[in-house]
Design a protein around this ligand. Sequence first.
Ligand code: ADP
Length: 371
Amino acid sequence: MVETRDVNRPAPTLGILGGGQLAKMTAAAARQLGCDVLVLEQPGRSLVAPALEGDWNDPAWTRKLAGLVDVVTLESEFVNLPALEAVPVLFPGVATMRLVQDKLLQKQTFAGAGLPVPRFADTPTPDAVRAFGFPCVLKKRRNGYDGKGNATVRSAAELPAAWAKLEGDRHALYAEEFCDFTMELAIIITRGRDGAVVRYPVVETVNRDHICHIVKAPHDDPRVADIAQRAVEAIDGVGSFGMELFLGRDGALMVNEIAPRVHNTGHYTIEACICSQFENHVRAVFGWPLGSPAMRAPAAVMVNLLGAADGPGMPQGLTEALKIPNVHIHVYGKSRSVRGRKMGHVTALGASVAEAAAAAQRAAGLIRFGA
Ligand code: ADP
């Protein structure tokens, strides 16, 4: 645990709220540029050293981190606003986080900026959901992730169970029209402190049990980057942002949501792009020039490695998987595998998406977390 900062040392220090895999990959990019890194994470939980061990939802701790570093950023959108307000130099800033943390406010902001979003409404009561109509997707306004704050409601008969599941009497919910999409798309946008923007390739994402499973790059759709850039500008975002969209059967695009941070759908950029989402995030928050998001290979595919069962944090099958060419394997170094937990990922580069997908899936199939 670091308590003091050597003021004679000129290396800029990046503070990160959270010490998970996103912080770890950001820290690697920051260190490549000569920066020091200090994360704030709960005791014994950080994947990044050094770590200040404390609660990133407590303003006393975030203020303490801010006093030890030059710039603070975050790896999770769920840090509460008082803790963020205690940080004088924070990117993305408090105003951006306030707009994004509440999914209803986020949708209202994007709709106000003229971006395509599914029809939505605030639904403080079950009657308001009935008035909105079915089928719909009922969502928690705050703190939903990996689909845990969502329920698809096909008819009025399904509403009581969905309302109870999401604890609608205790949590604010809103409703969205059910989008009958053919594909989910995503994109990383990085915006600098000076407003400069870089747009990564559009990717197709395949989710499994509401968790990102496969990311395929590139997906050719010239409309997506414009929408995402306008969205990041609408929330005055600084840093790397991941935006998810639906491609409807009618060909229309709808914005699903934006994450105010580096994103799972951008992990492929580490090996596949000239400057990764992580490096560009570091460049953005320090106010440095942004790097090129262009791809180094015609195609790249990323597959997430989830815990198959409870067990050790190191996987079986790694040595076999390492024999496959053009595959980059990331093991996050978590102490324990838990079923469904994100334990690592693989990215394969190739001449085509099909070729990269075959290599990435072969490698992922050989690696198993949990006994
Ligand atoms: P989370 O923030 O928990 O990841 P999302 O709002 O992104 O939740 O939704 C998770 C998944 O649920 C989406 O990736 C999509 O597959 C599905 N989903 C979300 N909203 C809708 C919608 N309006 N219509 C159809 N499916 C949806």
